[in-house]
Write a protein that binds this ligand. Structure first.
Ligand code: SF4
Ligand code: SF4
Length: 195
């Protein structure tokens, strides 16, 4: 009888200890957020432009990861981003409704600017500098061409221009062949975060 009691007690003690260890481990090794959403976010162009219908790339990535959004809603990312996300999620690619336009960049006609600072508040990537009642200008390296600053400008002095193709951005255009298409698809499937 004592042996049975001893066995029950030692087993219970072991189970309790194991439970405590598991509880501690679940807190210590807890993964914040959704790893799939994080992986999707790294594939997005980070323009924070909202053309996907979400207030930025991170909320869109979370919505795709949870199945609330489609893989083809990122307009500036276009087909390449859609294929990479579809490859990552292991889902079928979707048609691209809106082809991305040529890369754009904002330009302030400074002599018309009244320095109201409304554009600075609208820019999601802090690509505009200026001070109240002083003219504003665009930091071209930071501008993603999202156009969010155009609408709030009360004097309509912001133009969207085609981004000049500089040597560091230039790459050989892929030939429009089935083989090139296959290469894009395969690249999407073998994207660094594809599981
Ligand atoms: S400057 Fe305008 S177009 Fe450029 S990123 Fe900011 S809001 Fe977008
Ligand atoms: S919103 Fe227009 S007027 Fe106002 S600071 Fe920006 S560029 Fe100038």
């Amino acid at each position: 009888m004592t042996q049975l009691l001893a066995a029950i007690l030692s087993f219970s003690a072991f189970a309790l200890l194991f439970g405590v260890v598991l509880a501690i481990a679940s807190r210590v090794f807890k993964i914040e957020g959704n790893p799939m959403a994080d992986n999707i976010e790294t594939l997005l162009p980070q323009t924070q432009c909202g053309q996907c219908g979400f207030p930025g790339c991170k909320p869109y990535a979370a919505a795709v990861a949870s199945g609330e959004a489609e893989v083809n809603q990122c307009v500036p990312g276009g087909e390449r981003t859609m294929l990479q996300i579809a490859g990552l999620m292991g889902v079928e690619p979707k048609n691209i409704e809106e082809e991305p336009t040529a890369p754009m960049i904002a330009f302030v006609r400074e002599d018309e600017c009244i320095g109201c600072t409304l554009c600075i508040k609208a820019c999601p990537v802090d690509a505009i500098i200026g001070a109240p009642k002083q003219y504003h200008t665009i930091i071209t390296d930071h501008c993603t061409g999202c156009t969010l600053c155009v609408e709030p400008c009360p004097v309509d002095c912001i133009d969207m221009l085609i981004k000049p193709e500089l040597l560091e951005h230039w790459s050989w255009p892929l030939p429009d062949t089935a083989r090139a298409q296959l290469a894009i698809e395969r690249k999407g499937q073998h994207a660094p975060h594809a599981t």
